[in-house]
Structures are given as structure tokens and as C-alpha cells.
Design a protein around this ligand. Structure first.
Ligand code: SAH
Length: 398
């Protein structure tokens, strides 16, 4: 692996020295010598003084990541082994848990290596690569994982553009081949997981605390609407928590069989639940026409989505999404408002909630808020990494 000395602009020295792990394009004095993804970069200031070591890997976020601030530390197999094993140690409670067998083992820059995440599904590890640059270190990461606890097999997801199209294989890397669906547990909920079937495996692990909360505190005897429901994980949590009925709405055709499957692996009769393959915005119209209302409405849209009739951007349209939800929520009902959009923070998100209730003429009470769970480790120096914002808010009359 080549090491290239790269000068950081004066304007960016302070931020990087303060611990920011992201290497922004604008921080680099001269990007011309960056010719090969995966190059190891020795970062220096205008005096040539060492600041850190990182790698070149282009993502939408930037041009790479700082990996070490210790001049004597090389970026070699031992570096990857050390960071990964440290991350595993930090998840000891998860590895020891009997009722949770799926969680994040390594969370990118939060665990010291931006551009790479590793998830664990009952003995199967899944590496997700966010740039061609980090992918160049693949063999060292694989070596580190093959000695990881309870290792059965290894899979990978590539989240970067590869020039030219080639048939995506089943993402298998090494060890045992899984049999899918793989059944995992999360705080006693069960999920059917497919590691061999595209980028999404069946559940988003970052919502574990919210699912638990919905099941334990917000579902008993309630009528629940789950919008942008994907495989219905929130509906499963609500049904297990004693919801009278759940309605799951997602426009993807696959969401119907996938949701039936998640209910089934939890021993829930899916016939007693409603699963609608439908545009959420159409569903709101339908619900108003039929005068339907709900005790709990869950909103978990993607940051950006385009359907036939609608373009949704969390940044621009979350307030109006909330307004639609408020209109079909019972008085004293709750809305679980979630977003993974990293272009705004919790304060602004609460602002959207405030605006929506004001526009609809209702008061509200924020019951609780959530950000990423402990296994999705983040660092203070990079608040953008803590993208998840969930607010449980009660609609109050008048
Ligand atoms: N809440 C889910 C994750 C949502 S992922 C969970 O907890 O598992 C986002 C989902 O929104 C995708 O499944 C996508 O198909 C769906 N989606 C995007 N735009 C939509 C729209 N306009 N109406 C309905 N579903 C939509």
C-alpha cells in the first residue's frame, strides 16, 4: 500500500486536530496526487508537522477518513485487528445476551475506521463497504473477523459504485454459508434475515430501542399505524406488545410477503393484521375518506424517496408528513416520528414537529426521544455520525 504525504489546509487543521475523522475534499491542499483509492495518506500541516494518518476513499461525505493520530502507528493488518477487536470488546454485553443475537459490531468512524461497518447476525458477520478505498483493505478486515467471537460465516455489502455492471453474487465471503432466512432475536423479538438477497437484510438494527419501547409502553390495547413499514418490524413490536390491531403501509411489493414472514416467525396471526402495499400519501387520503383514526402512528420515511406521484424529502416535507399523521391520530394518541436524515439535527427536527402541531391547531407533549443505540457507537467530534432522531410525541387536544 502506497503512503502519500498530503498537506492539510490551515483552515481545516483545527477541526482535524480536535478529533474530526472526516477528510473533506476541501481540507486537502492538492488533490491531484490522489490517484488510487485506498492510498494511505500521511497528513501534515504547512510546516510538514504530522497530524494524522488516513486513507483516500471517496464517499458522498468526503475524500477519506483519518485513521490514526499516532505517528508511530502504521496502517497495517495489526491496526485493523486492534480496532476491530476493541470494538468487539465494547459489545461484550451484546455478545453475552441471550435475547439479542443481532447487533452492530463496528460502526465506522465511531469505532475508528470510517467507511466500514460490521453487523452480527447470530454468528454471521456482515461487512459493509462505503468506498472503493476502504474495500482495498478487505483482506485485513477478513483476517481480523475470522478470529472474532462465535464466528460462523462472513458476508459483505458494497455500497459504492463499481464501474461497469457485473452480476451481484450472493455476497458470501468465507466460513459457513448461511441458510436463509436466518432467525435472529432482538430483545425477544424474532426476525427473519437474508444476507444473500441485496443491500437490505430484513431489519434495521439501529431502531432496537424504539421497537422495545413501542412494544413495552405504547401498544397494549392500541390501534397502530406503521407507515413506510418495510418488513413491518415496528408492527411486530406493537403486536407483541398487545396492540389490538396493526396496519403496515409500504409501497414496495416485497413488503407484503416480508411482513407476513416477520409476523409468522413471531407467532402472530398475520390475517388479524392489515398489510397494505400502497403509497403512504394515498393511504392518508384513504384513511381520511374512511374516517379511520389511530392511537399510535409510526412515521419512519427514507430521507429521500420518489414514488410515481410523490417526491418526499425529509428536510423539506417532514412537517407536512406530520400534519397528515396528526389528522388521523386520536386525541391523546402518540406519533412516533423518526428520521435518519443526517442533513439536520434533533433541534431542527423538533422544530418540524412544533410547526406541524401549530399548523394543525393541536398542542403536544414530547414523551421521549431516541438517537442511535450503544452498539452504533458515535464520537463527539463527529456529531453528523449520530444520524438517527426519534421523537415520541403525544397529541393533546386544544
Ligand atoms: N420503518 C422501517 C424502515 C423503513 S425503510 C423499519 O423500521 O424497518 C423505508 C421504506 O419506505 C422502504 O421499504 C420503501 O419501500 C418505503 N417507501 C418509500 N416511499 C414510500 C411511499 N411514498 N409510500 C410508502 N412506502 C414508501
Amino acid at each position: 500500500m502506497k503512503e502519500l504525504t498530503v498537506q492539510i489546509k490551515d483552515s481545516h487543521i483545527k477541526k482535524i486536530k480536535a478529533g474530526s475523522p472526516l477528510l473533506e475534499k476541501d481540507a486537502i491542499q492538492n488533490t491531484k496526487p490522489l490517484t488510487e483509492e485506498g492510498m494511505v495518506l500521511k497528513l501534515v500541516d504547512s510546516q510538514g508537522t504530522f497530524i494524522g494518518r488516513g486513507y483516500y476513499g471517496r464517499q458522498n461525505k468526503g475524500y477519506g477518513w483519518v485513521l490514526s493520530r499516532n505517528e508511530r502507528e502504521a496502517i497495517d493488518p495489526l491496526f485493523f485487528l486492534g480496532r476491530i477487536h476493541k470494538a468487539i470488546e465494547n459489545r461484550a454485553v451484546f455478545f453475552e445476551s441471550n435475547d439479542t443475537t443481532a447487533f452492530r459490531v463496528f460502526n465506522g468512524e465511531g469505532d475508528g475506521i470510517g467507511g466500514l461497518t460490521i453487523d452480527y447476525y447470530d454468528g454471521f458477520y456482515v461487512m459493509t463497504w462505503y468506498s472503493e478505498g476502504i474495500y482495498r483493505f478487505r483482506n485485513w478486515v477478513i483476517e481480523a473477523l475470522e478470529t472474532a467471537p462465535q464466528f460462523r460465516g462472513l458476508y459483505e455489502k458494497k455500497r459504492f459504485d463499481k464501474k461497469g455492471t457485473y452480476m451481484e453474487d450472493d455476497d458470501y465471503v468465507s466460513g459457513e454459508r448461511g441458510e436463509f432466512p436466518l432467525l435472529v432475536k432482538e430483545n425477544g423479538l424474532h426476525f427473519a434475515i437474508y444476507l444473500n438477497d441485496g443491500p437490505m437484510v430484513g431489519v434495521f438494527l439501529d431502531q432496537k430501542e424504539v421497537r422495545k419501547k413501542i412494544r413495552d409502553n405504547y401498544s397494549e390495547g392500541k390501534i397502530v399505524l406503521n407507515t413506510f413499514s418495510y418488513t413491518g418490524a415496528f408492527s411486530v413490536a406493537a403486536a407483541l406488545g398487545g396492540a389490538t390491531k396493526t396496519t403496515s403501509v409500504d409501497l414496495a411489493n416485497r413488503s407484503l410477503p416480508k411482513t407476513i414472514e416477520q409476523f409468522s416467525v413471531n407467532g402472530i396471526d398475520y390475517d388479524a393484521q392489515d398489510i397494505k402495499v400502497m403509497d403512504v400519501f394515498q393511504y392518508f387520503k384513504y384513511a381520511k375518506r374512511k374516517e379511520l383514526s389511530f392511537d399510535v402512528v409510526i412515521l419512519d420515511p427514507p430521507s429521500f424517496a420518489r414514488s410515481k406521484k410523490h417526491t418526499f424529502s425529509a428536510q423539506k416535507d417532514y412537517t407536512s408528513l406530520l400534519q397528515e399523521a396528526i389528522q388521523i391520530t386520536e386525541d391523546d394518541g402518540v406519533i412516533v416520528a423518526s428520521t435518519n436524515c443526517s442533513t439536520f439535527g434533533m433541534k431542527k427536527f423538533k422544530g418540524f414537529i412544533d410547526q406541524a402541531f401549530k399548523k394543525e391547531g393541536f398542542s403536544y407533549k414530547i414523551e421521549e426521544t431516541f438517537s442511535l443505540p450503544d452498539d452504533f457507537r458515535t464520537i463527539k467530534a463527529f456529531p453528523e455520525g449520530n444520524y438517527l432522531k426519534v421523537v415520541i410525541v403525544k397529541k393533546v387536544k386544544g
